[in-house]
Design a protein. Structure first.
Length: 348
């Protein structure tokens, strides 16, 4: 009997609460049902808040340079997805000059855009500035190359995976051949180069028969990559494969292979943003045997979606951090001619 007495007040309270909740829900649903019954439309309750959060906001884009396909593709994607929502996109182009880039970010911290999107030239130069920006209340999105500072969001490719997949392909192509390969790196201090090299090392650690006869940095420069490759091919005419770190640079690598009459004999794997001329056309021509695309339009779409979310975020800037690694698309002779495998730069 005591047990029943103890339960009754609680049960009564719960029943009353439940009845009240059901009454509120009933009123809300009843109102909606009544509107629908009369053939009236309903105002979507979260639409106004979404529009208000985005309208009039500013996103600043600081690429390494606007003079190449990656930056142009990201910029076009950001404009396409954000400007219709009332977001202003401004560009600060350092044109490959890291000092100019640092000055641009410093100025932006004073100007206080809502978001800064940055393509870091290396892991260190902008790190403290990006931290200062977030401390000032500016959301920072890093694209494709991180700095040492982990900002609120990173959108880009998994460079270690790029290195592993490119090296795996070269190793497979070298089976039954000389087992001699070369590695053409980018800039040593750049995240894309350092992390890709780690992927290369991961694979080679499992392939002791493979001999790396050259591993040099071409600093993202096609002319320098060509010179390095020419020298390596003269010293090792039986080279069976090359792991390159960026298709823009490796156009020079491919030119050296072609001049040596070794196209189709030296397997060249590289990576890039998946633009038609730099990726699919080069694979179709035989210049590249494999191009691992990180699909710039997809990256731009991920950035825009993340920015929309950040602009609606009412929390403290930088308290939640995350990464979106974009899907890698292998481009080979099998799919290089297929419509949609690569994207095309819009003609101005």
């Amino acid at each position: 009997m005591r047990l029943n007495l103890l339960k009754r007040p609680f049960a009564g309270t719960l029943a009353g609460t439940w009845a009240g909740a059901m009454l509120v829900c009933g009123l809300a649903l009843g109102s909606a049902d009544a509107a629908l019954a009369q053939g009236k439309g309903l105002d979507e309750p979260y639409r106004a808040g979404y529009k208000q959060a985005l309208a009039g906001k500013t996103v600043a884009f600081v690429p390494a340079s606007m003079g190449f396909d990656l930056a142009q593709g990201w910029y076009a994607g950001l404009k396409k997805d954000l400007e219709p929502a009332g977001v202003k996109i401004v560009v600060r182009d350092p044109n490959w000059n890291t000092n100019a880039g640092a000055q641009a970010i410093t100025s932006l911290i004073s100007e206080k855009p809502d978001v800064i999107v940055v393509h870091n030239p290396d892991v260190q130069t902008y790190a403290k500035l990006l931290q200062r920006a977030e401390q000032a209340g500016i959301q920072v999105v890093q694209v494709n190359m991180r700095s040492n500072y982990n900002s609120v969001a990173y959108i880009g490719v998994d460079w270690v995976e790029v290195g592993e997949r490119a090296t795996d392909a070269v190793v497979q192509a070298c089976k039954g051949k000389s087992n001699k390969i070369a590695v053409v790196q980018g800039a040593l201090s750049a995240a894309a180069s350092a992390y890709t090299l780690k992927g290369v090392e991961n694979v080679l650690a499992r392939q002791p028969e493979i001999k790396v006869v050259s591993s040099q940095a071409a600093d993202w420069d096609a002319a320098k990559a060509k010179g390095i490759t020419q020298t390596v091919l003269k010293q090792h005419p039986d080279l069976c494969g090359i792991v390159g770190f960026w298709d823009g640079m490796d156009s020079g690598t491919a030119a050296a292979v072609k001049e040596a009459g070794l196209t189709g004999k030296v397997f060249l794997a590289t990576s890039g943003g998946g633009e038609q001329k730099g990726a699919c056309d080069q694979v179709k021509s035989g210049a590249f045997d494999l191009n691992l695309s990180y699909d710039v339009p997809s990256q731009a779409s991920h950035m825009a979606a993340s920015i929309k979310w950040l602009l609606q975020n009412k929390g403290v800037t930088g308290t939640a951090k995350g990464s979106i690694y974009t899907t890698i698309i292998p481009i080979t002779k099998a799919n290089a001619a297929v419509e949609g495998t690569c994207w095309k730069l819009a003609k101005n």
